[in-house]
Design a binder for this molecule. Structure first.
Ligand code: PAF
Length: 289
């Protein structure tokens, strides 16, 4: 496994792989790898000749009051985990390497950003799309792997790949959860112990929503109230949003039908967590029951 820190060296290595017609599986991350990332790496390993992992905490996607400086980092640990997953190259550039001067071009995401994290984190997805445009151009992957926990990010990346004609297959991979249901996230380490216990309520509330929908509930507002009520009653964490949309379009819906996302974000003292479930509701055929 090689660790490459410069764009020039990375491009030379990619050129070599391309000349050998090797397929490249790419897993872009901000490091502090957890099992969710390892699942992406494992899938990339199975499906490609070469696996590239990028580790870069991208300042462009953090707002001025967000957790850029406290975002957890541990390169030595990431390196040994990557080695175990059979990664061929870790691309580990510095901020200066990626953004050597104040940038003259930035990617602006125009669709699907007025909801969920896009609404509460203005500019976040522009930062994600800008860094991914650079990374995709440098790594030129055959396939790029993303976790569906960041479902809005997956939808935005789908738009980026399609609008800019990147010849990349986007692979969205299921959420990996702790045994108690909490979605794995690098940020979980920044939960206080009592917050960690309370955080199980995120998945619990989504499971209650799923059960209600399976029981026949079709009103998005009723489901949102149910989810918010459970979160309010079982944690000190502050709800940032509980939202329901069609997926991946992320448009408002009057009734739950087709593929929908129930997504939420909750702020704890030092960390804001997100979670979601995506469900497909079959249209009811016929009139009276
Ligand atoms: O999901 C992440 O970790 C980041 O948003 C990504 C895709 C690596 C871009 O910085």
């Amino acid at each position: 496994m090689r660790v490459i820190t410069t764009i020039k060296e990375m491009q030379a290595e990619i050129k070599k792989l391309k000349s050998q017609s090797k397929s490249i599986g790419f897993v872009p991350t901000m490091g502090f790898l957890h099992e969710g990332h390892l699942t992406l790496l494992n899938k990339a390993r199975i499906e490609n000749d070469s696996v590239v992992l990028s580790i870069f905490v991208n300042p462009l996607q953090f707002g001025p009051t967000e957790d850029f400086s406290t975002y957890p980092r541990d390169f030595a640990r990431d390196q040994s985990l990557a080695e175990c997953e059979g990664v061929d190259i870790i691309f580990y550039p510095s901020v200066e390497e990626m953004y050597p001067h104040s940038s003259s071009v930035r990617v602006i995401v125009q669709d699907r950003t007025d909801v969920m994290c896009g609404k509460s984190r203005p500019g976040h997805f522009d930062g994600v799309a800008t860094v991914l445009t650079k990374l995709f151009t440098i790594v030129m992957p055959t396939r790029a792997y993303f976790g569906i926990k960041d479902a809005q990010q997956v939808a935005v990346v789908e738009g980026l790949i399609s609008d800019f004609n990147f010849p990349i297959e986007l692979i969205a991979v299921d959420i990996v959860r702790e045994v108690d249901g909490l979605a794995k996230s690098s940020r979980n380490v920044n939960l206080l112990p009592e917050e960690r216990s309370e955080a199980v309520v995120l998945y619990k509330s989504l499971t209650a929503a799923k059960n209600a929908i399976e029981g026949g509930e079709r009103n998005p507002q009723t489901i949102k109230n149910l989810v918010s009520g459970i979160i309010h009653s079982e944690t000190q964490g502050q709800i940032d949003y509980v939202e329901i949309y069609s997926y991946p379009q992320l448009k408002e819906i009057e009734n739950l039908e087709g593929t929908c996302i129930i997504a939420l974000a909750v702020k704890f003292s030092k960390v804001r967590l997100i979670d979601n479930i995506i469900i497909t509701v079959r249209q009811e055929i016929g009139g009276e029951k």
